[in-house]
Design a protein around this ligand. Sequence first.
Ligand code: B1M
Length: 219
Amino acid sequence: METDRLFEAMKRSIVEGEADDARRLADQALQLGVPPLQAIELGFAPGINEVGRAFGCQEMFLPDLVRAGEAMKAAMAALQGAVGRAGATGRSAGVVVLGTVKGDIHEIGKNLVGTLLAANGFQVFDLGVDVPPERFVARAREVGADLIGASALLTTTMPGQQEIIRCLEAEGLRARVRVIVGGAPVTREWVAEIGADGFSEDALGAVRVASELAGVRCA
Ligand code: B1M
């Protein structure tokens, strides 16, 4: 019951765009021993999903979306260390170049994917947001990446994931570098259409897929 109220307060902090509250509630959850991924999944994520729904229905507007995004980032930053510790394995699983595709500045989900990959032994080179395909590929070549992970949250920026694959082909690197894609609008059909190697609807799934693909390449 105590945690139910906490999760409800977490959701509210995101919907109301209160970054200080979100940060405080994240700290409180950790003190109470709530697993960080549970705090995200049951507390904060329902809040940001509600904001997304309300924005889509024009019940909320861009300033609300921005404030909610900031609150979500504050919560994730507070939980990040604990997420990392929770998954730490100490082994080296592979090298990943990660980013959000060109034209897209959504980073919250991508950051969570990066944190969990790093926590599971991957060496992660996070290029940030609004990353052109050429930069993904150049960095992958530079660091000898096993995988490129490309996040896209807008239907209009999803083609950026396909461009990365084309760019890898043009550079002769497609056989060496696997590509994982994700983000709310990404579907299995899209993954098949663009010929990506892996896809996940959530961050934990991304780690699973990355581990499988890195294993395949090493075999
Ligand atoms: Co934007 N936005 N936004 N936004 N935003 C969406 C995506 C939208 C669905 C809202 C809506 O209309 N209902 C809509 C897109 C519509 C569409 O394309 N069909 C939208 C829009 C329209 C826009 C703008 C165009 C608004 C405007 O300016 N008029 C604008 C675009 C800016 C741009 O990118 N060029 C914009 C801006 C923003 C903010 C900057 C204000 C803010 C982002 C803040 C930030 O990231 N620093 C924001 C936010 C917060 C959202 C919503 C509400 C939440 C996104 C989020 O962080 N979710 C979003 C609605 C929604 O998705 N419910 C919305 C939480 C996060 C943990 O989940 O990112 O899905 P997610 O990541 C998940 C999975 O998808 C997966 O794992 C993660 C964890 O489980 N995953 C991967 C993600 N990447 C992966 C990669 C992988 C594997 C899995 O492998 C590599």
